[in-house]
Design a protein around this ligand. Structure first.
Ligand code: M6R
Length: 610
């Protein structure tokens, strides 16, 4: 889970690499480095810490040349340190490699190469790749890379340079994303499109087992077996400004504010003009196949998994199909019962999460049809699934997911309605009622955002605590889990989400004087039961913030210390509103603690390792 970038052309490659790495820092930021062909040969500068540290180093130790590769790291094998940073090289320093992924058999390869006299200086798996390529080199870098990757097991996106062939940059992909940017007398590689978008909008998206040989004047595409291939150019029609902060202090805040647009864009073109039916042209299943689905598995990680928890309730209540939810890292190890009439829904913002991708492959291997809900067109998940619902949230840069989560909820509402409609479970009138309420959601989110400042004081008070609870019942419990994750990951406050009725079976023992409890009370059929649970924590000294539907705040206030009201919608749609105050609370709590909101410690945006 690192970012790689590469350039071959006539510009100062250092500038292109650093700018590209800035766009990729969300993929990892514990060290960074670049390798450039200079008049003195292949030179490397690398540094532990944020990219800014590398930039400082480059001021003191400048480097100039028009061909180079760069890397921003999220440590897997070996601690963050200068020596473990990429690019890595072989003993002759004639080969240089940047890598995203994990070489699973690196210890065996290391042992074998050591026996041949190779000396290793780092703890990384990547260093083995540079030695392996050097070992396989007999005058042709392309063949050497092909021979090397055949011996590697695991995941890799690689950028490779050798001093012996300074007019070539070789890129290869297996199970880690890689795109090739096509310019005029210059070409690029990047872990994802924003890294190179400043320079070109025309890209090739490499598939597993494919490689590219870049020169200044062209790009040759082939498989790792050496078969020449051709590919369609993917033209990127979104711009870089979309991926920048647009005046907000942090990406997370910007992305929270982009939710109304993300809701509208995700719904756009998917609801008939009369508002009576949902149109999901992207689903290629026939009516017979849709009617034949006997069970659904929703599989995802982190926030996307929490969207899946809401998705379960939505699909079960609208389409009456039994749904199981699994975190992707567990799914394939529990031997799930997958039959040909099982629909597996994978949810992933990035479409590159290794565990989710592995779950997708497991489902396909077992004969299931896989539907993906993802935010990234052309991502691995999107390409490998049978059907794809794209969430049009736009690029999400902050590590903490916000607009991707809520647009995943919109996708689930659309899907739930579509399944119900196609299986004859929903009347046009019911669809119309839900669709009408969905159309109001963007404005309702805007009205919550207008009151965002109200949360500052509450968040500041919260930020002084080390432990906190979120409680709720039904869909409120699903949202509580997302609220709790959001708070943990950016404020570093320990929090737990509990089904409100479950507290008394043990966890209530942790409630003591002054402990903050955030209680979601939006599910009106469960309202009185949740209020009773709130009273249980109040009686033990908790300080309770209630999130309630407009019209109920007065009543809820009788049982809590503070209340925040959200606009009223249908119970099934409430998560799309009730999560917004929780996102804002987490944001302010993180700020109050002086944390790096967009890049929390130990995390990376896209987790492409298992
Ligand atoms: O890209 P994905 O949706 O597959 O990512 C899954 C999780 O890693 C992600 O949602 C993570 O939990 C976020 N940092 C939460 O804000």
């Amino acid at each position: 889970m690192c970012g790689i970038v590469g350039y071959i052309g006539n510009r100062d490659s250092k500038e292109v690499l650093i700018e590209g790495l800035k766009k990729l820092e969300y993929r990892g930021y514990d060290s960074a480095g670049i390798a450039v062909f200079t008049d003195n040969g292949l030179e490397i500068r690398k540094s532990k810490g944020r990219l800014a540290m590398l930039e400082d180093k480059l001021k003191n130790e400048p480097i100039a040349g028009s061909v180079g590769i760069g890397h921003t790291r999220w440590a897997t094998h070996g601690k963050p340190s200068d020596v473990n940073s990429h690019p890595h090289t072989d003993n002759s320093s004639k080969f240089s490699v940047v890598h995203n992924g994990i070489v699973e058999n690196y210890l065996d390869l290391k042992e074998e190469l050591s026996a041949k006299g190779h000396i290793f200086v780092s703890e990384t798996d990547t260093e083995v790749i540079s030695h392996l390529i050097a070992d396989e080199y007999h005058g042709d870098i392309v063949t050497a890379v092909q021979r090397a990757v055949k011996r590697m097991r695991g995941a890799y996106a690689l950028g490779v340079l050798t001093e012996y062939e300074p007019t070539k940059l070789v890129a290869v992909r297996f199970a880690s994303p890689l795109v090739i940017g096509i310019g005029e007398n210059e070409n690029f590689i990047g872990s994802d499109i924003p890294a190179i978008l400043e320079y070109t909008r025309n890209v090739y998206i490499l598939n597993d087992g494919e490689m590219a040989v870049l020169t200044r004047s062209g790009v040759e595409l082939m498989t790792t077996n050496g078969d020449i291939i051709s590919k369609e150019i993917f033209h990127v029609d979104w711009d870089l400004v979309t991926a920048e902060k647009a005046g907000f202090e942090h990406f997370m805040l910007k992305e929270i504010h982009e939710q109304p647009k993300a809701y509208r864009d995700t719904m756009m073109g998917r609801i008939s003009e009369d508002g009576k039916s949902v149109v999901l042209k992207e689903i290629g299943m026939s009516n017979e196949q849709l009617r034949g689905i006997s069970r659904i598995h929703i599989v995802a990680c982190g926030t996307a998994f929490h969207a899946g928890l809401v998705g379960k309730t939505v699909i079960e209540s609208l389409a009456r199909i039994p749904v199981e939810t699994d975190v992707a890292s567990e799914y394939r190890y529990r031997s799930p019962i997958i039959t040909p009439d099982t629909l597996v829904i994978v949810v992933s913002q990035s479409g590159e999460t290794a565990d989710t991708l592995a779950a997708l492959r497991e489902a396909k291997r077992n004969g299931a049809r896989v539907l993906a809900i993802t935010n990234v067109v052309g991502s691995s998940v999107a390409r490998e699934a049978d059907d794809v619902i794209t969430t049009w949230a736009g690029p999400e840069i902050a590590v903490a997911s916000t607009k991707a989560y809520t647009s995943q909820l919109i996708a689930f509402y659309l899907l739930g309605l579509y399944l119900a409609q196609e299986r004859g479970m929903a009347q046009a009138q019911q669809v119309e009622e839900i669709v009408a309420a969905m159309h109001k959601l963007p404005e309702q989110v805007e009205s919550i955002l207008e009151q965002a400042e109200l949360f500052k004081t509450v968040a500041e008070a919260m930020s002084k605590h080390d432990n906190l609870f979120f409680i709720g019942r039904g869909l409120d419990f699903a949202v509580a889990q997302e609220g709790s994750l959001k708070l943990k990951e950016i404020s570093y406050i320990h929090s737990e989400a509990y089904a409100a009725g479950e507290l008394k079976h043990g966890t209530l023992a942790l409630i003591e004087d002054g402990i903050p409890v955030i209680a979601l009370v939006t599910q009106e059929d469960l309202y009185e039961k949740t209020l009773s649970n709130i009273k249980e924590v109040k009686a033990r000294g908790a300080h309770v913030l209630g999130i309630a539907n407009a019209g109920y705040e007065g009543e809820v206030l009788k049982s809590v210390d503070e209340v925040f009201s959200i606009p009223r919608t249908l119970p099934l749609l409430t998560p799309a509103l009730s999560v917004v105050p929780l996102q804002i609370l987490s944001y302010h709590a993180s700020l109050a603690r002086g944390n790096d909101v967009d890049k929390p410690r130990n995390l990376a945006k896209s987790v492409t390792v298992e």
